[in-house]
Design a protein around this ligand. Structure first.
Ligand code: UDX
Ligand code: UDX
Ligand code: ADP
Length: 466
């Protein structure tokens, strides 16, 4: 017997919780979905009547929020009430890499997840299905279960792992047309019932064959491994981009040639200045940490290499810029196109741009940044967080603009660090005219056409091409 769910609560109104719950609300009109968060400003943004103020930029999201908000989708800071009323609770809070103590720089920081579990244990008076949605190290469900089972209030909790596979920038489409949904849970009768209850929600719009049920550990580990494999592809192709720059091989031709092999496949083979985002690095570090903690040194070293290569790709890009600009960028005006970690998102976590710009600032370059969706505050906050220099110095050396073409006036160089479509349509002729000569463009996203750029007169470098 599957328990019919009528009330869902999601703790955490971020990049995962927000879009996922919006889509569940749209596809399941008979279920009331309440998204709660301790961050008042974020909740206010989700509730703003001006939909351009939503805290997340994600194509297609505004329309869904407009359709469902106030009907069966609600955003609130009343976490306790959300927990009390719901039959099913999603935990969708952030799990950043630890910045202190044991496992610093590698292990996931679970303090937010643990706080949620303790809060649920304190508040719940009726049986609940608790779903872990955040990316978590293997065995976190066990920790959550232990906290909940010792609440002493006689409530039965079923813990499920339901990792999210959406990619930012395409979140809504990924949710609508998920390749698969993964539900991990116990094989006990009540565990099976909980898995079926969650499955029935996704069955509103996805065929049952695409909803996979596994044990909890497999589900948790699969999420880490999926991201590690995807990141590994990017590092693999990026390693070959360096080799292409030394030879007459062309990275695009190589990508195409290998991608035609159906065992390899064509996706995720775009060479770039390096992968970013909240998941890839964090999940691999997590995998490395877990492997090491079980004494599997070779396994840990193998996956760590994916990150080492990614760091190499970013520093290689900066080194090439500096060498090309006659070994010095001090006092030179360099314009950065793109700050987000990929197009169609305002998320900047682990964005390659942060590290590239930080390295250029270390060389005393004068930086101007343009990104169509990332705010000035966010850009400064990202740099300040690195703590390489004082906030005052960051503000002195770097300015943020909303006029990309004008910003190029008297610039020595432009670096493209995010593949926003609008960069393709800029008036590059105009940009060329206003720049100092020789006018350099460093394309970290392989966005523009080399012949066209050479034709205009640019000194144009495209990652992966000699
Ligand atoms: C990723 C996973 O794709 C998703 O399934 C998981 O739920 C969360 O982590 P996301 O980080 O949002 O999603 O974006 P993704 O499209 O995977 O891109 C990650 C990074 O890799 C970006 O910086 C992107 O620019 C880069 N990338 C991706 C490349 O450089 N080349 C590629 O071919 C693909
Ligand atoms: C390989 C390439 O597939 C082929 O395109 C190239 O032309 C020559 O090299 P081959 O070595 O004949 O072909 O066999 P392949 O099927 O690729 O298997 C290679 C090894 O990997 C075998 O020992 C196989 O057992 C092993 N393997 C393959 C696995 O252990 N797991 C797998 O999932 C796939
Ligand atoms: P993700 O990409 O995983 O969604 P985000 O950082 O975008 O990560 O979102 C996580 C959200 O979870 C944040 O808005 C944060 O305020 C919220 N959060 C963290 N801890 C708690 C908690 N104990 N109770 C409620 N919300 C929380």
């Amino acid at each position: 017997m599957t328990r019919k769910i009528t009330k869902i609560c999601c703790i955490g109104a971020g990049y995962v919780g927000g879009p996922t719950m919006s889509v569940i609300a749209k596809k399941c009109p008979e279920i009331t979905v309440t998204v709660v968060d301790i961050n008042q400003e974020r909740i206010d943004q989700w509730n703003d009547s001006d939909l351009s103020k939503l805290p997340i930029y994600e194509p297609g999201l505004r329309e869904i929020v407009q359709e469902t908000r106030g009907k069966n989708l609600f955003f609130s800071t009343d976490v306790d009430k959300g927990i009390e009323e719901a039959e099913m609770i999603f935990i969708s809070v952030n799990t950043p890499t630890k910045t202190y103590g044991k496992g610093k720089g590698q292990a996931a920081d679970l303090k937010y997840v643990e706080l949620c579990a303790r809060n649920i244990a304190k508040i719940a008076k009726t049986d609940k299905i608790v779903v872990e949605k955040s990316t978590l190290p293997v065995r976190t469900a066990a920790a959550i279960k232990s906290i909940l089972d010792n609440s002493g209030n006689g409530v039965n909790f079923e813990i499920l792992s339901n990792p999210e596979f959406l990619a930012e920038g395409t979140a809504i489409n990924d949710l609508f047309h998920a390749d698969r949904v993964l539900i991990g849970g116990d094989d006990t009768p009540s565990g099976q019932e909980a898995k079926d209850s969650l499955s029935s929600i996704y069955e509103h719009w996805l065929p049952k064959e695409r909803i996979l049920q596994t044990n909890v550990w497999s589900s948790e580990l699969s999420k880490l491994v999926a991201n590690a494999f995807l990141a590994q592809r990017v590092s693999s192709i990026n390693s070959i981009s360096a080799l292409c720059e030394k030879t007459d091989a062309n990275i695009e031709e190589v990508s195409k040639a290998i991608g035609y092999d159906s065992r390899i496949g064509p996706k995720f083979l775009n060479a770039s200045v390096g992968f970013g985002g909240s998941c890839f690095q964090k999940d691999i570090l997590n995998l490395v940490y877990i492997a090491r903690s079980f004494g599997l040194q070779e396994v840990a070293d193998y996956w760590e290499q994916v990150i080492i290569l990614n760091d190499y790709q970013k520093s290689r890009f900066v080194d090439h810029m500096i060498t090309t600009l006659y070994n010095t960028v001090a006092g030179k005006k360099i314009v950065i196109y793109g700050w987000a970690f990929k197009k169609d998102t305002n998320d900047t976590r682990e964005s390659a741009a942060i590290y590239v710009v930080d390295a250029l600032l270390e060389e005393n370059a004068e930086i101007t940044v343009y990104d169509p969706q990332v705010s000035e505050n966010k850009i400064y906050a990202d740099l300040d967080y690195l703590d390489t220099r004082s906030p005052e110095e960051n503000r002195k050396l770097l300015t943020v603009t909303d006029e990309p073409v004008k910003a190029a006036m008297e610039a020595h160089a432009i670096a493209i660090l995010t593949e926003w479509d609008e960069f393709k349509n800029l008036d590059w002729q105009d940009i060329y005219k206003s720049m100092l000569k020789p006018a350099f463009v460093f394309d970290g996203r392989r966005l523009l056409n080399k012949e066209t750029m050479d034709g205009i007169g640019f000194k144009y470098y495209k990652i992966g091409q000699k």
